[in-house]
Design a binder for this molecule. Structure first.
Ligand code: OAD
Length: 247
């Protein structure tokens, strides 16, 4: 793939000189591992969009349907491996930490592939698809379980319904994650956004917030997005090809 040489040089320089890099990733970073994205042509499951299934209302109405979707996604993701985009971000973190800088990788992905690739400072703002927890927050039971689940998993403590340990539309992000995100957005001098459509809040606002506070913003995506406007440098193509070139 051809990329404009001057822009590549500029991005490399920013990545080499950064003292504190923040990164935001979305489903596009896992696409080349074979994980379907949420929007675009492979974004539907049966006839449903994510917004129709990933909500507390959908779960209250038909928990079996919501679980069917998550069990399908769990089965699809289970054997998937990180791709060169994940590995480039591991390398970036390693280099920045080695020279005494700071790094934080905010991901909207729940597949765990950044962790599997070896990234250490990962903030999974939308949770973890391998976590199963009691649907009743007052009970609080949870565990990580990568195995095949029952069609309608139950909480072993209180007998109520269990749910996936992910953040649904209309739910707040985990408090610890928000604190970390705020620290990154306040402190970073470079913010790299990769493989996200930039339409789901609050993540869609992070690049703008970093830019307002003086950070340089780089976007990597197959296509232009609403975040392209926030980017000083935008690269359009597969993250698994572009990120290794930049890092
Ligand atoms: P989307 O499915 O909305 O967007 C994926 C983005 O990745 C699109 O902009 C694609 O152009 C881009 N893309 C696809 N393949 C790519 C590749 N190989 N290289 C680079 N870019 C590529 O996914 P997210 O932005 O992550 O939330 O979606 C945000 C949230 O909406 C998800 O975390 C999920 C979803 O509903 C919840 O479930 C709460």
């Amino acid at each position: 793939m051809r990329l404009p040489g001057e822009k590549v040089e500029e991005a490399r320089r920013l990545l080499e000189e950064t003292r504190f890099a923040g990164v935001l990733t979305g489903a596009g970073v896992s696409a080349e591992s074979g994980v379907p994205t949420f929007r675009g042509k492979d974004g539907l499951w049966k006839q449903f969009r994510a917004e129709e299934l990933a909500t507390p209302e959908a779960f209250a109405r038909d928990p079996g349907l919501v679980w069917e979707w998550y069990r399908w996604r769990r089965n699809l993701i289970r054997e998937k491996e990180p791709n060169p985009a994940h590995r480039a971000l591991v390398e970036l973190e390693k280099r920045i930490l080695e020279r005494g800088g700071e790094f934080g990788l905010i991901t909207q992905n729940v597949d765990g592939l950044h962790e599997k690739a070896g990234s250490r400072r990962v903030i999974p703002i939308h949770g973890n698809i391998w976590e199963v927890r009691c649907a009743d927050p007052a009970c609080g039971w949870k565990k990580v379980d990568r195995g095949e689940l029952d069609p309608l998993p139950r909480c072993p403590e209180c007998g109520g319904l269990a749910r996936p340990g992910v953040v649904w539309f209309g739910e707040a992000l985990p408090e610890e994650a928000l604190v970390e995100v705020e620290r990154i957005l306040r402190g970073c001098d470079l913010f790299l956004v990769a493989g996200t459509s930039g339409v789901v809040q609050p993540a869609a606002s992070f690049a703008w917030a970093a830019r307002r506070r003086g950070a340089k913003v780089i976007e990597v995506n197959l296509v232009p997005t609403p975040l392209t406007q926030a980017a000083h440098l935008a690269f359009h193509g597969p993250a698994g090809e572009i990120l290794p070139r930049l890092v």
